[in-house]
Structure formats: structure tokens, C-alpha cells
Design a protein around this ligand. Structure first.
Ligand code: SAH
Ligand code: SF4
Length: 439
């Protein structure tokens, strides 16, 4: 979602004459778009500010200004602290106010020109206005795109900052989503990934009386000319309805890949996390999906070392992973986040224990990922070519299962292949990608 938000910031600044550059060195405006989900991500912002400070000073010596902005969820949660701790920062804005970026930048520059200190803070949490502003922008030509349809969360898992930093659950109106989708298709987008913190809780209203859930939205998007692949992320098991499961069988554009975070295999821990599902209801969903779509690739998120997690609880997680078998997954050590209930729960797990558990879990998940990648060797898969490869005569693409694919394209021209789907004979596999040749 931060990638999507960053693209939108580039969009809103383009009419002001700004373009995206590859390095902050020498830039007129630097935006640090931050993540608050774990402590490690949040702390990064201060080391980045230190690094940018040197560039800003160097520019000043040349008689030029650099505007330094901190955006995103750290800004939302710790805006005032950032202003205090890092006087070099000119402006701080949350994830729901970046459509105001042009106005903020203009104000900052005019304050500087008048020799005043530029200090702007905008952390309003209302989402509606943001999307209204963003929808007006044109789209550059590309083959894959993110499309935010839902934001925020009302589920309040006890470890998570999202409900506080992104605000309450919000679904964009159907017409707005469809309008954006058509613009993307017109710009050449073949694969669209629908985004939301709880994307499957989507319930968009229409200007008429209809309300669509995610299943209906996917069915309608599949009819948009040009869309050949539809993905959505991130889903919550609670909102994985029978109808949505069915979409995976009925809608050929809906890719056979699902990121469905479970977090833990222990029902005691899931309850303490306020996750509204248990290990068996989660496995039931996976079984339903596999029944209807046998080749579906499953991905997940895991937290180890949640307060009160015993060795036995952790073994339950390992057991669940063995029974589900993942194509790929993300796993994290529990990170106590200020203001969340879990941060002050009894039974905080020592760092060394978390590390040991994470190492074991990641070894198992890696084993499963290697096995999944190996399982497609010898098959022919449709691959969407998205980029040039690492070597001459190769291209990079994605399989329907989200695998990164290095494709040997021989003498074919990359430009002719780019943005299109081709059958690829898969010859080899590794832990992180698979390799093949054009069929
Ligand atoms: N809405 C999604 C996930 C959003 S956050 C869901 O409900 O699954 C992305 C992932 O970050 C989570 O799935 C979780 O695994 C991890 N995460 C969130 N808060 C965390 C914390 N305090 N410590 C460690 N990992 C965390
Ligand atoms: Fe965070 Fe996801 Fe739980 Fe919402 S459902 S509180 S985003 S982990």
C-alpha cells in the first residue's frame, strides 16, 4: 500500500512540475513514506532523516533549498515527536492527507522565502476527500498496477497499529473504483492488484442503491476490457466468504494465489490476538479453496513470540504450517507497538526465544517455498512479462502463482514481449524464483 501511496504522491506533484528521481541527492523535495507496523520499520525513519540532513545541508550551501517531508503511518502516529526530535523536517503528513502535498510544499517554500521556519503538520484521518482528489489524475502507460479499494481497519487485533494509523475501515464507492479501473485498463494494465488492509471486507456503495462486496467487484472487473489478471491483498480469514471462495473457481481472471494471514496456529494465542478465527476455521477455508481450485497457492503472515506464547503454542504454529503447506509467507517477531493492548500484556517473550522460534519457522517456510517452486518444473505456465531480466536475452515476469520468473527470450525483442502474457516452459527452480524458456 505504501508503494501505491507513493505513486499517488508522484501523481499529485506532477502538475507542479515535479518528477520522480532515483536518488534523494540534490532533490528539491524528499518524501520519506514511512511504515509503523513494527518497531524496526518505524526507527528507520530517524536514520534516514540523518542521511538526508547531510544532503539538505549540502544543497543549502549551494544556495538552494530542499523540502524534507515525512509521510505515512509513522508520521500519523508520531508526528509531533518527529517535529520535536528532528527540527530539519519541514513537514509531516499522515496517510490520509497526501493529496494536500502540493499545497503543503507551496506553503513550505513560501515560508522559507520569507525567512520563516517551515513547520507543517497534517494528520487528519478522513479518507473520502483523499480519494476524490486522486481519482482525477491520468495514468501512465504500464502493464501491472495497484488499485486501493479499501483502507483502514476496525478489527483491532491486539498487536496492530493499523486501526490507529490508517483509521476506521473505509470502502471506496463502486463508481470511483470502476472509473479508476477503466483508466488503468486504457493505460495498458493487464494485471490489477486490489489493495486494502482488509480487502475482502470491501463493501462499496454505488450512487444507485447497490452495495457490492469483493466477489461482485471482482466479477465486474473481470469484464473490463484488457484485464487478464486480478489479484487482491490483504485478506482476513473472517471475511473469506463462500462467495469469495467461489470466485476463485468461476472467474478465470482471478489468479490462483491467496495471501491469507493466520498469525499463529495456537487457538489460545489467536484469541489473545483478537483474531476472530481459530486454527480449524482457518484450515477449513484453505480446504474449501483447494477443493474448488486445487492448484491455488497459499501465502500467509505469522507472528512469533506474542505475549504468553509457550513452546507448545509455537509448536501449534509449526503444526499448522505443516498441515497447510505454503507457497510463500512472511514471518515476524512480535514487536510491541505503543498504544496497542499487546504491548503491555503479561508474559512478554524474551528476544532470544523469539529469534529461535523465528529461525525455526522460517526454515520450515523456506523448505515449503522451495518445494512449491520445484513442483512447477516441467510445466508450462503463462507468465506476464514485466521487466528486463538480469542478463542479456532474459526477461522478468510473474507466474499465476506470483512466482518471480526469469525467462530466456532468446533472440526475441524485450519490447515486443513487455506487458504481455506468454507461455513459458519451466526448467529450473530455486528458493526465490523459477527459470524457463519461451514455449
Ligand atoms: N490486515 C492484515 C495485515 C496487516 S499488517 C491482516 O489482518 O492479516 C501486516 C502484517 O504485519 C500482519 O499480518 C502481521 O503478521 C504483521 N504485524 C502487524 N503488527 C505486528 C506487530 N506488532 N509485531 C509483529 N508483526 C506484526
Ligand atoms: Fe491489523 Fe489486519 Fe488485525 Fe486490522 S485485521 S488490526 S490490519 S492485523
Amino acid at each position: 500500500m505504501n508503494v501505491y501511496d507513493t505513486e499517488r504522491m508522484v501523481d499529485v506533484m506532477a502538475p507542479e512540475g515535479y518528477d520522480q528521481v532515483n536518488t534523494p541527492e540534490g532533490a528539491d523535495l524528499v518524501v520519506l513514506n514511512t511504515c509503523h507496523i513494527r518497531e524496526k520499520a518505524a526507527e528507520k525513519v530517524y536514520s534516514d532523516i540523518g542521511r538526508i540532513r547531510k544532503m539538505k545541508d549540502a544543497k543549502k550551501k549551494r544556495g538552494e533549498e530542499m523540502v524534507l517531508a515525512v509521510g505515512g503511518c509513522v508520521a500519523q502516529a508520531e508526528g509531533a515527536q518527529i517535529m520535536k526530535r528532528a527540527p530539519i523536517v519541514d513537514m509531516v503528513f499522515g496517510p490520509q492527507t497526501y493529496h494536500n502535498l502540493p499545497k503543503m510544499v507551496e506553503k513550505s517554500i513560501s515560508l522559507k522565502e520569507r525567512g520563516q521556519k517551515s513547520r507543517i503538520l497534517d494528520t487528519d484521518l478522513s479518507v473520502d476527500e483523499k480519494f476524490q482528489q486522486l481519482s482525477k489524475k491520468a495514468v501512465k502507460k504500464k502493464s501491472t498496477a495497484f488499485l486501493t479499494i479499501q483502507e483502514g481497519c476496525d478489527k483491532f487485533c491486539t498487536y496492530c497499529v493499523v486501526p490507529y494509523t490508517r483509521g476506521a475501515e473505509f470502502s471506496r464507492d463502486i463508481e470511483d473504483v470502476m472509473e479508476d479501473a477503466k483508466k488503468l485498463a486504457a493505460a495498458g494494465v493487464v494485471e490489477v492488484t486490489l489493495l486494502g488492509q482488509n480487502v475482502n471486507a470491501y463493501h462499496g456503495r454505488s450512487k444507485g442503491s447497490d452495495e457490492w462486496g469483493l466477489p461482485e467487484l471482482i466479477r465486474q472487473l473481470a469484464k473490463v476490457d484488457g484485464f487478464e489478471r486480478i489479484r487482491y491483498t490483504t485478506s482476513h480469514p473472517h471475511d473469506m466468504t463462500d462467495e469469495l471462495v467461489k470466485v476463485h473457481a468461476d472467474v478465470k481472471e482471478c489468479m490462483p494465489y491467496l495471501h491469507l494471514p493466520v498469525q499463529s496456529g495456537s487457538d489460545k494465542i489467536l484469541k489473545a490476538m483478537n483474531r476472530s478465527h481459530n486454527s480449524s476455521s482457518y484450515k477449513k477455508i484453505i480446504n474449501q479453496l483447494r477443493e474448488i481450485k486445487p492448484d491455488i497457492a497459499i501465502s500467509g503472515d505469522f507472528i512469533v513470540g506474542f505475549p504468553g506464547e509457550t513452546d507448545e503454542d509455537f509448536e501449534e504454529t509449526m503444526k499448522l504450517v505443516r498441515s497447510v503447506t505454503y507457497a510463500q509467507a512472511y514471518s515476524f517477531k512480535f514487536s510491541p507497538r505503543p498504544g496497542t493492548p499487546a504491548a503491555i500484556m503479561d508474559g512478554q517473550v524474551p528476544e532470544e526465544v523469539k529469534s529461535l522460534r523465528l529461525t525455526r519457522l522460517q526454515a520450515l517456510l523456506k523448505e515449503q517455498q522451495i518445494a512449491f517452486n520445484k513442483s512447477v518444473v516441467g510445466k508450462t505456465l503463462p507468465v506476464l512479462i514485466e521487466n528486463t531480466g538480469k542478463t542479456e536475452g532474459s526477461a522478468f515476469g510473474r507466474s499465476p502463482y506470483m512466482q518471480a520468473v526469469q525467462v530466456n527470450i532468446g533472440d526475441a525483442s524485450f519490447d515486443d514481449l513487455n506487458g504481455k502474457i506468454f507461455n513459458v516452459n519451466i526448467k529450473e527452480s530455486g528458493p526465490f524464483n523459477i527459470q524457463g524458456v519461451l514455449a
